[in-house]
Ligand binder design. Structure first.
Ligand code: SAH
Length: 213
């Protein structure tokens, strides 16, 4: 895994803030402590990398706030060897957290070509190895590799895409922000073919999951 001495102290401070905000999963906290978020930000904004805020990246998109990344990862309740699908690769930071979490097969989809290319290159440079970085429409999921034990959506939707529910394994978790101006963090756990447990975890602001025309 990539390592960076730079900003180590700031990362530690960020972790103690995340703990206070209710992140308890040790593997999630360790992943956020290890991964240098500044590698995933525009150079001009590097000094702000450990502020608990979202920042602009290429193509009017954003790198999610560390708390949001930590909470979404925690809500996935990941187990060893599981298959995870991330919708919205963006900067690649969330993918890097999943890879640092360890022992997961990570698939990630991005629809914006410039970002897809830029982040694919960054993964290579940093030695990060998702199973696959996919250029495509996340609304469709990734049927080729379904079912997934976890699906994580990092952009806001108005309603939950049926394709994503159908690509969840039994026992699988989908974490997705739902809403128009603000999104409610929602987790679906698949109990049976058509049986889902649904829980909500507070209000957030995401860029929208865009539909291909
Ligand atoms: N996980 C990212 C968050 C990026 S913001 C990170 O850690 O930085 C959301 C991302 O979703 C953007 O990069 C945007 O281009 C992408 N996106 C929007 N609509 C999409 C779609 N239909 N399919 C796949 N990606 C999409």
């Amino acid at each position: 895994m990539i390592d960076s001495i730079k900003h180590k102290g700031q990362r530690r401070q960020m972790i103690s803030k995340l703990r206070k905000k209710g992140i308890t999963n040790k593997k999630v906290l360790t992943a956020l402590e290890i991964v240098p978020r500044h590698f995933f930000m525009d150079t001009a904004l590097e000094d702000y990398a450990y502020e608990d805020k979202a920042y602009p990246i290429t193509a009017n998109q954003t790198i999610s706030q560390p708390y949001t990344v930590a909470l979404q990862t925690q809500l996935l309740e990941l187990n060893k060897g599981e298959k995870v699908l991330e919708i919205g690769t963006g900067s690649g930071y969330q993918s890097a957290i999943l890879l640092a979490y360890g022992d997961l097969k990570v698939f990630t989809i991005e629809r914006q070509n410039e970002l897809f290319k830029k982040t694919s290159l960054l993964f290579k440079k940093l030695g990060l190895k998702p199973k696959k970085t996919i250029f495509g429409d996340g609304y469709l999921g990734y049927p080729k590799e379904a079912p997934f034990d976890s699906i994580l959506v990092t952009a806001g939707v108005i309603e939950v895409p049926k394709s994503l529910l159908s690509q969840l394994a039994i026992g699988g978790r989908l974490v997705i922000p739902i809403g128009y101006n603000e999104q409610i963090m929602t987790r679906y756990i698949r109990k049976g073919e058509k049986d889902f447990d649904i829980q909500t975890y507070g209000s957030f602001k995401f860029v929208p999951l865009l539909k291909n025309k």
